[in-house]
Design a protein around this ligand. Structure first.
Ligand SMILES: Cc1ncc(COP(=O)(O)O)c(C=O)c1O
Length: 432
């Protein structure tokens, strides 16, 4: 959908954030002489900015989703996702859903009521996946982890070592906890599982990591990887993307949790006939196909390096402001989102509200335990150094407006300095 079409869907009726503000129509924005907020990049940690090319790819004429033509979108998209997962053999399933549907796919296809799973809670998204396990009659061994810390491979190793009867059927890990800006070490978790020869399946939530941060399905022995279309893939929300190992596919044959919409066997039967067991989101799938082409043409190493560089500029800005990240130490800093702590007695959400209302720019609010204590800058997907600088500048203006002791330009200068010395062009390696 193009910007000019937006008015036709009565955007002015939609509530924005938690405030009473409604999205202005294009005409209202022009009348007020304000900048059009839709021209600003977003800095929420997904959905991300959508490249024009992908927006056009999603906006396509209807085609018969039961015709061989659809297969020309479906199969290349699945093959390309497999490459992005760095897998030679993962079974890739794409549902008209969001990341949450991917979680449900992982659980319901591989587990049975009463099964035990191991999971760590270190933020809102890991919490929600744990909550979903409970609602599906699973028994969850929860490793409570301070919000801001990574998932401890050591703790997982201890618990798995004690589980001599192998009652734990799956180990859940949120690769990148979007609520706190923390990336956990999946290779270390795999190592912990192997060290005690535990046969549990390894499920990884890669919703805010896959296609942005290095992810190695085969090398890390991932059994189910879950992501969505609206983050690293730079598309609108609407696709749950799931990779499943041969080992986990075998388990799906005996798992008894009820499933219908997310049943991978129904889906696989459909795929064999270039089809779905229901109506697929064809435009989004076309977008996914082209998003993968864009990512692979850039080269995954370049994509990861770009995310790292942009993130580091943001982190340098935070340091220049004299502020701290929610993430406890550099080894867990996320290259896709920074959750920035604000001083005690200051409501961090005010920054997000002001940015939206005064400058037409979207940042992320703090969620759950860190609500009001952090604001989040998403720096993933379609983003350049120059776009990131505008977000840093906006955050500075908001904090200054709200009375925080921020020197205008300090964060921008720190990021500029970093970007000048770590040029995107120089960093590029040949695409694979
Ligand atoms: C790490 C993580 N997992 C899961 C989800 C849930 O995905 P969705 O909102 O697409 O259902 C999100 C959403 O932001 C996320 O960041």
């Amino acid at each position: 959908m193009y910007f000019s079409d937006l008015q036709t869907i009565k955007l002015s009726n939609l509530k924005m954030f938690h405030s009473k503000m409604t999205l202005p129509t294009l005409k209202q924005q022009c009348d007020k002489g304000s900048k059009m907020s839709f021209q600003n990049p977003v800095f929420i940690p997904g959905p991300t900015n959508i490249p024009e090319h992908l927006r056009k790819a999603c906006d396509m004429p209807t085609l018969d989703h039961r015709s061989p033509l659809f297969g020309q979108i479906l199969h290349p998209a699945r093959n390309s996702v497999r490459k992005i997962l760095k897998s030679g053999s993962a079974h890739v399933f794409i549902f008209p859903a969001s990341g949450t549907g991917g979680w449900e796919t992982a659980l319901t296809n591989t587990l049975s009521p009463g099964d035990t799973v191991l999971a760590a809670r270190n933020g809102m998204f890991s919490h929600r996946w744990i909550d979903m396990c409970g609602r599906h009659s699973l028994n969850v061994k929860v490793v409570e982890t301070p919000w801001g810390e990574g998932i401890s491979a050591q703790k997982y190793a201890e618990i798995l070592a004690q589980d001599k009867s192998h009652s734990i059927k799956a180990v859940l890990v949120t690769h990148n906890e979007t609520a706190t800006g923390v990336t956990s070490d999946i290779a270390a978790i795999r190592h912990a599982m192997d060290a005690v020869e535990h046969p549990a399946l390894l499920f990884v939530d890669g919703v805010s990591s896959i296609a942005s941060i290095d992810f190695r399905f085969d090398e890390w022995g991932v059994d189910v990887a879950v992501t969505g279309s609206q983050k690293g893939f730079m598309l609108p929300a609407g696709l749950a993307i799931v990779g499943i190992s041969d080992k986990a596919m075998d388990v799906t044959k005996t798992a008894t949790l009820p499933r219908t919409f997310f049943d991978v066997h129904d889906m696989a039967k459909g795929y064999a006939n270039n089809a779905y067991p229901y109506t697929p989101a064809v435009g989004l799938m076309n977008g996914l196909n082209q998003a993968c082409d864009m990512l692979l043409a850039e080269g995954l190493d370049n994509v990861f390096a770009r995310h790292h560089r942009i993130a580091q500029g943001v982190r340098n800005a935070v340091e220049a402001w004299g502020m701290e990240l929610c993430a406890s130490d550099p080894s867990v800093y996320s290259d896709t989102v920074s959750a920035i702590k604000t001083p005690a007695n200051f409501n961090a959400t005010d920054i997000v509200t002001l940015a939206a209302e005064k400058y037409g720019v979207a940042f992320g609010v703090g969620l759950g335990e860190v609500s009001g204590k952090v604001f989040r800058v998403g720096h993933l997907g379609s983003l350049t150094d120059v776009m990131a600088l505008s977000g840093i500048a906006t955050a500075e203006m908001c904090m200054k407006d709200l009375g925080l002791p921020i020197e205008l330009g300090s964060g921008v200068a720190a990021a500029q300095q970093y970007y000048r010395n770590h040029s995107m062009i120089e960093q590029k390696v040949a695409a694979e």
